[in-house]
Design a protein around this ligand. Structure first.
Ligand SMILES: [Zn+2]
Length: 218
């Protein structure tokens, strides 16, 4: 689809138009690219149900709002904040697939629980995730960002992709506990158990087996 990837060796950075993205800046963007400029950032993958409609099954909307706060704080301190909003709905599997997964989670025997969180996606979609994080850091190369001082994300896959490409992440900022909706405990437990960044010890097997999500008829 993108012949430039192999036909244009002169290009040091290529932003493939996969899914699309919007960049929201906070503060003076002309300061970007200078080594002394502190940068705060959230790379947010679209979640329409939560971001727009306020669903409480995941942490997307509260984490995005927290990320915006972190960006504004950085701008107020003279740095630059950046929200990268990627159109990668439902782990790039799409919204319909996501709703099928939610449906399966709520109807499964034993209730909605962290231990089956990734398996429910895989049994619907065939994969746990369709996002390709190795291309995600390209936008930072394009902007000349080599260091992110405050990184509002818990994703170990995004963090790994950044550091593998030489972008330093100074401080990783987890979503504050108080902002996690009760129904989103399933998601956050499953992700932390799978290697997501956290400031507390990951939940054990017994904890993961507890049905913490809202029941079908609740
Ligand atoms: Zn979400």
């Amino acid at each position: 689809m993108f012949p430039e990837l192999v036909t244009r060796p002169d290009l040091k950075v290529f932003l493939p138009p996969i899914g699309g993205m919007t960049l929201y800046f906070f503060g003076d963007v002309s300061q970007l690219g200078k080594p002394e400029t502190k940068v705060a950032c959230r790379v947010h993958d679209e979640c329409n149900g939560s971001d727009v409609f306020g669903s409480d099954i995941c942490t997307c909307r509260p984490y995005l709002a927290h990320g915006i706060e972190v960006c504004i704080e950085m701008a107020q301190q003279g740095g630059v904040g950046l929200v990268v909003y990627n159109r990668k709905e439902g782990r790039a599997l799409g919204e319909v697939t996501k709703f099928l997964v939610y449906n399966a989670r709520k109807r499964q025997v034993g209730g909605d629980r962290a231990e089956t969180y990734f398996a429910r996606t895989e049994c619907i979609a065939g994969v746990q995730d369709m996002r390709f994080q190795e291309l995600m850091p390209d936008v930072f190369h394009w902007l000349g960002i080599k260091r992110i001082d405050r990184w509002a994300s818990m994703s170990n896959m995004k963090h790994g992709a950044l550091t593998a490409q030489g972008i330093e992440v100074v401080e990783q900022v987890a979503i504050p506990d108080a902002l996690i909706p009760a129904d989103a405990r399933v998601e956050i437990d499953a992700k932390v158990a799978a290697g997501y960044f956290t400031s507390y010890s990951p939940p054990g097997a017994e904890e993961l087996a507890l049905a913490k999500g809202r029941g079908l008829h609740e």
